[in-house]
Design a protein around this ligand. Structure first.
Ligand SMILES: [Zn+2]
Length: 213
């Protein structure tokens, strides 16, 4: 009986040893290093991808900045300063402006869409304030937004168009105005085209067009 047990144990022992031989002794030690290498390769790949993405964004930003500056036609005209501010009593504005212009510029009115004479104009030139003549927008930044009002993706110079919050008509909007005479121009929205993503939606009655010579 003992002899049978001994033989069985011996056979079992041989099988266990055979199995052990098939797994090299160095393998358990290698597994953590192999896992670490795979992790490092993966991490390196991710960093490179992110790096490439960052570089691409930087290039885009540079491109955006140069477009925003209207580099093809740098603006050398009048830039608003506090000293050039104009203040007139209402009776004076009523003499200078037509009743329709007065309603828009001095009483924050809005002309009906597709009614303005500058909605579809495509000539090269600049749009100045109908109240005081301050240059506001360049034709290079004008585009057809389909809204029915003249639309621009940038002012002619950041200082030449003022912005303030407007909570009228149950909406929170950003009003745009002429910083020199305080005349109401329209509103600016964040659904414009590249490069700024802005839409300066302006009443034609707030503007006067001057053809570029
Ligand atoms: Zn003005």
């Amino acid at each position: 009986m003992e002899d049978i047990h001994y033989k069985l144990n011996q056979r079992l022992d041989r099988k266990i040893r055979a199995f052990s031989i098939s797994i090299p002794g160095y393998l358990p030690g290698i597994i953590p290093w192999a896992a670490l290498c795979v992790l490092l390769i993966f991490e390196t790949h991710c960093v490179n991808r992110n790096g490439a993405s960052v570089s691409k964004n930087a290039a885009d930003k540079q491109k955006t900045t140069s477009s925003y500056n209207l580099s093809k036609t740098p603006y050398r005209g009048e830039i608003f300063t506090d000293k050039s501010r104009i203040e007139k009593p209402d009776r004076e504005w009523k003499k200078i402006l037509s009743p329709a212009q007065y309603k828009i510029l001095r009483q924050n009115g809005t002309e009906p869409p597709f009614s303005g004479k500058y909605n579809r104009i495509k000539k090269r030139g600049i749009f100045v304030c109908a109240g005081c003549g301050l240059p506001l927008f360049a034709s290079e930044a004008k585009y057809d937004s389909g809204s029915g009002w003249p639309s621009f993706w940038s002012p002619i110079h950041p200082k030449n168009v003022g912005t303030k919050q407007d909570g009228s008509h149950g909406m929170i909007r950003t009003e745009i105005y002429c910083p020199r005479c305080g005349g109401h121009l329209g509103h600016v929205f964040k659904d414009g085209p590249r490069p700024t993503g802005l839409r300066y939606c302006v009443n034609s009655l707030s503007l006067k067009f001057r053809v570029k010579k």
